[in-house]
Design a protein around this ligand. Structure first.
Ligand code: C5P
Length: 271
């Protein structure tokens, strides 16, 4: 079976506090995007994956789904690694969806999302697909319906940003912080109000990541200088995305940033 594993951006990521399990409580909006890795999965006697990562999330997902079955997983990687676009989590989510079918397990999407939470914090949202409000440490997921697609430009400054390190460098919001901002953001998204979305989007990990990797600021400023409607870092970085008016403008900006030496891509959010 061939399956596309779609990357994501976080249109909002609020860090609400530290939990006793060492993770942080979050409120985040995740949007899958057209950029994807391609996975080719076939059933086989043993379990292997050629991603080359020692802590491969496809293998972890497959073992949790059913430790007694095998598969050969081939990954064609396009999503930058350590880039805040959820590449490893997307590969794990696609593995769960594909193996559920290949192995004939008949698990529902909600069951797969629960299993995904044992693999990584972003996996449940990516198993559900579409726009998702993510809470808890990532395991409480709510689908957001009727959100029009956004055209984006991604810029990656070529540095690996460690999620663990960025969270360790981050201070949580006040405990009393409420969900007013995220509600307004969802409203602006539903209305296709690009300026409203740009004003309300926020990422509490952006400043901590920039203090660790100043290259992220350079990518951010390069995007802003090209007249995007708004720009924000995704997840724990290092990729920055800009909201643009349409795909043609996105393509134009990504070509210019590519010529300036950045990894840049024009993408669209998925329904
Ligand atoms: O869940 P995942 O393996 O993707 O998380 C990687 C690291 O990011 C965790 O080990 C933790 O340090 C940090 N993290 C966190 N709070 C979250 C998600 C991740 O502190 N909600």
């Amino acid at each position: 079976m061939i399956i596309e594993a779609h990357a994501k951006v976080n249109l909002s990521l609020e860090v609400l506090g530290e939990r006793s399990d060492g993770y942080h409580a979050l409120r985040s909006i995740i949007l899958p995007i057209s950029l994807s890795d391609t996975l080719e999965i076939i059933e086989s006697p043993s379990l292997t994956c050629d991603s080359g990562f020692a802590d491969d999330l496809c293998l972890k997902a497959a073992r949790i789904l059913d430790p007694n079955r095998g598969a050969t997983i081939h990954v064609s990687k396009r999503i930058p690694v350590g880039g805040g676009l959820g590449g490893g989590s997307a590969d794990a989510a696609a593995t769960l969806i594909a193996l559920n079918e290949i192995w004939g397990l008949h698990r529902s999407r909600d069951e797969l999302a629960k299993i995904g939470s044992l693999v990584g914090s972003d996996v449940p949202a990516l198993v559900l697909g579409g726009a998702v409000l993510m809470e808890g440490r990532g395991e409480v997921v709510t689908r957001l319906l009727g959100i029009p697609a956004l055209d984006l430009v991604l810029v990656n400054p070529g540095v690996f940003s460690s999620t663990r390190e960025v969270y360790a460098n981050c201070r949580s919001r006040a405990a009393l912080d409420d969900d007013a901002r995220v509600c307004k953001l969802v409203q602006a998204m539903s209305n296709g109000d690009l300026c409203g979305v740009s004003e309300l989007m926020t990422n509490d990990l952006q400043d901590p990541a920039i203090s660790l990797h100043p290259e992220i600021r350079v990518a951010f400023e390069a995007l802003q200088s090209h007249g995007v409607v708004g720009a924000l870092m995704s997840g724990s970085g290092s990729t920055v995305f800009g909201i643009v008016e349409n795909a043609a403008q996105g393509l134009d900006i990504s070509r210019n940033l590519g010529k300036a030496g950045f990894w840049a891509q024009s993408v669209r959010t998925m329904p």
